[in-house]
Write a protein that binds this ligand. Structure first.
Ligand SMILES: [Mg+2]
Length: 248
């Protein structure tokens, strides 16, 4: 589809839109903290020691993040990292137990996927865009479409843990364009991260939308082609008229 940009006479030829997942289509931190809260309650029920009772969600996040940094480039499966993080958490409270870690991981996963909520602008925006563009998901996370109510919505999906390279590396954008059967110059990438999404996509010649839901200042040198506070602004940017008021 030809899209006339407001600041130039040169029309854009966009055929494909790739979306980031975490914090773009759903609030990952909210569901992650909620899931850890349920898991922590089970851990403290199973291990009611003073050290376990002093454990906090923030400490669990720190243990997981430290581990992820240690195994960066070696372990790509985020579920495996999470499992190991629970093992390490139990070691941290003086109660090493791999079986209990697996049980905690199962509880975490149940809530992590079962309780995820899409932002309210996702479905109306996809409905508006789908007849005109090929839509896809490009994520450094591990929420697959079938786990978040978006099954059948995407023509292509690319997850860093599957292709073993992550945004902002140019390779993952090239893989995405191949899966979408389009040229990178025909692709618009939408995401909340200036580094991973905007800079990554710009570096390979794709067009970019920075989703800035909280209207934070951009203090970087990375400039997106478009900045939006809601996904609902995207159809209009691409020259589609709003057909219903729910898409706002
Ligand atoms: Mg994101």
């Amino acid at each position: 589809m030809r899209v006339q940009r407001g600041d130039t006479k040169e029309p854009l030829q966009i055929s494909t839109i790739s979306f980031d997942g975490d914090m773009t289509l759903w609030d990952f931190y909210k569901v992650m903290r909620h899931s850890l809260k349920q898991t922590l309650a089970e851990l403290q029920k199973q291990v009611p020691t003073p050290r376990a009772l002093r454990l906090t969600i923030d400490a669990m996040i720190a243990i997981r993040d430290r581990l992820a940094e240690e195994v960066k480039g070696e372990v790509w499966s985020l579920l495996e990292i999470r499992q190991r993080a629970f093992e390490r958490t139990l070691e941290h409270v003086g109660h090493p137990d791999k079986e209990l870690a697996a049980h905690l991981n199962a509880i975490y996963r149940k809530h992590r996927y079962g309780d995820i909520e899409l932002y309210p602008d996702v479905i109306p925006t996809f409905d508006a865009l789908a007849p005109h563009f090929k839509l896809g998901l490009l994520s450094n996370g591990n929420t697959y479409p079938e786990n978040c109510g978006l099954d059948g919505r995407f023509a292509f999906v690319v997850f860093s843990q599957d292709v073993q390279v992550e945004k902002p590396d140019p390779k993952i954008f090239q893989i995405t364009a191949e899966r979408a059967s389009c040229d990178l110059t025909e692709m618009l990438h939408v995401g909340d991260s200036l580094e991973n999404d905007v800079m990554g996509a710009k570096n390979v010649g794709a067009h970019t939308v920075w989703l800035n839901r909280e209207s934070v200042a951009n203090n970087t040198e990375t400039q997106p082609d478009y900045e939006v506070a809601s996904l609902a602004e995207i159809p209009e940017i691409l020259g589609l008229r709003r057909k219903n008021k729910t898409c706002q």
